[in-house]
Design a protein around this ligand. Structure first.
Ligand SMILES: C[S@@+](CC[C@H](N)C(=O)[O-])C[C@H]1O[C@@H](n2cnc3c(N)ncnc32)[C@H](O)[C@@H]1O
Length: 351
């Protein structure tokens, strides 16, 4: 099956995406006006991930262009009553980490608990990605686990570091950094529903559990996760290190840099399965360049190639080379099935 993705950038004051047609899209930002650039990509089968499903419209018309707006950035406050965050949630564990079971969330979202409507859109279009509408954060993608494994193999040190989990979805990377005693961890996802219904509950569940483990710091001797985290009586200290953001990358970057709240650039930016769409490379690259500390590092996990969307690690590597801002190296290749990679990036002029 062949897939086409056509993106346009235009100005539109209405920030509500029209999602009826999922393949002919017009991207617009209230802050940006760029020249229209049509790109069309074709690929054979859409099997980037064992379960990756991309939205398609078989009856699309070459000339019909739907308007789609880049999502404005928003900071999500941590609710005072943490027990409410976990109410009616079913928790599972993987790699010693809590995560919210998606099926239960799906039910509440389909019942009206999802203002963005991404759950129903994803379900009705049988799609894990609807460009500019839903970017895949409701499920945990496999490269997340590659990166978690790499952290231990390479002994990546998070202690006292400022960390951003960019395109966080479930937020497991940031949660691992929190456990590694990072000084602060910020989480960003395109969709506010993902932050509210998945990321925040996951972080809360892990933080509550973490505080009930005590502070021995020894992962090997610590107890396995409880079936349910303790009831929260107050905001655990570790949660005060976290901030949560939704929105498109350049919008989030602007929000952080122009905010009244103090902001220091990140020592470490973690990002998994975020380079599938070449149309986003410029925004992603510039966001990394704007938010990473001069001597910081990016750890990026990705498939070698995303069939059906066209992106992949080698295309992004070439993009980085052309921009000439970062040096990059592929530090691990996982050759099981579809090739996956871990890339490390740092500023060219960094120490
Ligand atoms: C495929 S999901 C991966 C989620 C998670 N990192 C994982 O590995 O499970 C891609 C994520 O990238 C983010 N993303 C993709 N394109 C984006 C864009 N243009 N602006 C902001 N975020 C974007 C979304 O937040 C989305 O959750």
């Amino acid at each position: 099956m062949a897939f086409r993705f056509n993106f346009f950038i235009d100005e539109n004051e209405n920030n509500e995406p029209d999602t009826n047609d999922k393949m002919d899209l017009q991207l617009c930002s209230p802050k940006q006006k760029q020249e229209s650039a049509e790109k069309s990509k074709q690929a054979a089968d859409t099997v980037a991930d064992s379960s990756l499903r991309l939205s398609t419209d078989k009856h699309q018309d070459e000339t019909s262009k739907k308007k789609l707006c880049l999502k404005a950035a928003k900071e999500h406050n941590i609710p005072e009553d943490l027990n409410k965050v976990l109410e009616n949630k079913v928790l599972e564990t993987v790699s010693d980490l809590y995560y919210i079971n998606m099926s239960a969330v799906e039910m509440t979202c389909l019942d009206g608990g999802d203002e963005e409507g991404i759950v129903s859109k994803s379900v009705s279009s049988h799609s894990d990605l609807i460009p500019g509408v839903y970017e895949g954060g409701l499920k945990i993608w496999e490269c997340t686990f590659d990166l978690i494994e790499y952290f231990s193999e390479a002994e990546i040190e998070f202690t006292n570091k400022t960390v951003l989990d960019l395109g966080c979805g479930a937020g497991l990377l940031g949660i691992v950094a929190l456990r590694g005693k990072a000084e602060k961890v910020h989480f960003q996802d395109y969709n506010s529903t993902v932050i509210d219904k998945i990321t925040l509950p996951n972080v809360v569940a892990n933080c509550l559990n973490e505080s009930s483990r005590g502070d021995s710091g020894d992962r090997k001797t610590s107890k396995p996760p409880l079936k349910r985290p303790r009831k929260a009586e107050c905001l655990p200290d570790v949660l005060t290190k976290c901030r949560f953001f939704s929105g498109e990358w350049s919008e989030v970057s602007q929000l952080l840099l122009s905010s009244n709240k103090p902001f220091s650039k990140y020592d470490i930016i973690l990002t998994s399965e975020t380079i599938y769409n070449p149309d986003y490379y410029s925004a992603l690259h510039d966001t990394l360049a704007q938010l990473l500390d001069r001597n910081g590092h990016v750890y990026l996990a990705s498939k070698a190639h995303y069939f059906g969307v066209g992106g992949g690690i080698y295309l992004f590597e070439k993009f980085i080379e052309e921009r000439n801002v970062f040096r990059s190296s592929i530090v691990k290749i996982i050759d099981k099935g579809l090739q996956r990679c871990i890339m490390e990036m740092a500023f060219k002029d960094s120490s």
